[in-house]
Design a protein around this ligand. Structure first.
Ligand code: DX5
Ligand code: ZN
Length: 216
C-alpha cells in the first residue's frame, strides 16, 4: 500500500478550493493546523476545514500541531475530518483522546516529533489507526528530510508487525521523489508531500509519480 497525501500548507491559501481540486486523485488531503504555540507558525482552524470539506471529495487528513488537542480534536471531526492526528507531546490523555476520535467515527492518529521515541508508546499502538513519524521539525513546509529518522520508521514498522496491527505508518516532512523510496523501504505506507506536490508544474502528476516511486 502507498497512500499519497498532498499537504495544502504549500498551496496558495487564497485559492484553497482550486488547490484542493488540483490534487483530486490523491488519497487524502493533508491539512496542517498550527496555533503559534505548539509550533512557531499559524495556519487555519475549524471554519476553514468546514469550507474545505465542501470544496473537495478527497477525505481530509488533519494534522494538529496545537496545544491541548484533547480540547480541540473533536471539533475537527465534527468539521468533517476523516482522520485526526494529534501530537503525543501535546496531548494530556492520548488514549482517551484516540478513543474519543474513533467513537466520533474518524480515524485516530498520533504524531511523534523527531526527538520523541516510539518505544514508550508501544502499548498505545492498538488504540490508533495511524502513527505519524515527523521527518522534519514540525512548523514549516519545504525543509530537508531528516535521514536520521529512518531507523525510527524501521523500528516502528517492526513493532506494528510484532503486534499484528493494521495501523498505517505516515511520514511527513521533506518527502519528495528523492526521499520517498527510502521511506517506503523503511516501512512507511502513507506519505505527506507539500512542496513536492504544490511546487510542481502539474500537482496531480506529482502525486501519481510519488505513488509510483513509493511502490517501486
Ligand atoms: C510541517 C507540516 C508538513 C508540511 C510538509 O510541519 O506538518 O505537513 O506541509 O511540507 P514538505 O513536504 O514541503 O516538507
Ligand atoms: Zn503535516
Amino acid at each position: 500500500m502507498a497512500l499519497i497525501n498532498p499537504s495544502i500548507l504549500s498551496a496558495d491559501f487564497a485559492r484553497l478550493a482550486e488547490e484542493a481540486k488540483a490534487v483530486e486523485g490523491a488519497d487524502w488531503l493533508h491539512v496542517d493546523v498550527m496555533d503559534n504555540h505548539f509550533v512557531p507558525n499559524l495556519t487555519l482552524g475549524v471554519p476553514v476545514v468546514e469550507s474545505l470539506r465542501k470544496a473537495t471529495d478527497t477525505p481530509l487528513d488533519l494534522h494538529l500541531m496545537i496545544e491541548d488537542p484533547d480540547r480541540w480534536a473533536p471539533q475537527y471531526v465534527e468539521a468533517g475530518a476523516g482522520s485526526v492526528t494529534f501530537h503525543v507531546e501535546a496531548a494530556g490523555a492520548p488514549v482517551r483522546l484516540a478513543r474519543e476520535i474513533r467513537a466520533q467515527g474518524a480515524r485516530a492518529s498520533m504524531a511523534l516529533k523527531p526527538a520523541t521515541p516510539i518505544e514508550p508508546y508501544e502499548d498505545l499502538l492498538p488504540e490508533l489507526d495511524m502513527l505519524l513519524i515527523m521527518t522534519v521539525e514540525p512548523g514549516f513546509g519545504g525543509q530537508s528530510f531528516l535521514d536520521i529518522m529512518l531507523p525510527k520508521i524501521r523500528r516502528t514498522r517492526e513493532l506494528i508487525s510484532k503486534h499484528g496491527l493494521e495501523l498505517w505508518l505516515q511520514v511527513d516532512g521533506g518527502v519528495s521523489a528523492a526521499t520517498i523510496e527510502r521511506c517506503a523501504e523503511a516501512g512507511a505506507d502513507v506519505f505527506v508531500a507539500g512542496s513536492a506536490v504544490y511546487g510542481a508544474d502539474d500537482p496531480a502528476k506529482a502525486v501519481r509519480d510519488l505513488r509510483e516511486s513509493a511502490r517501486a
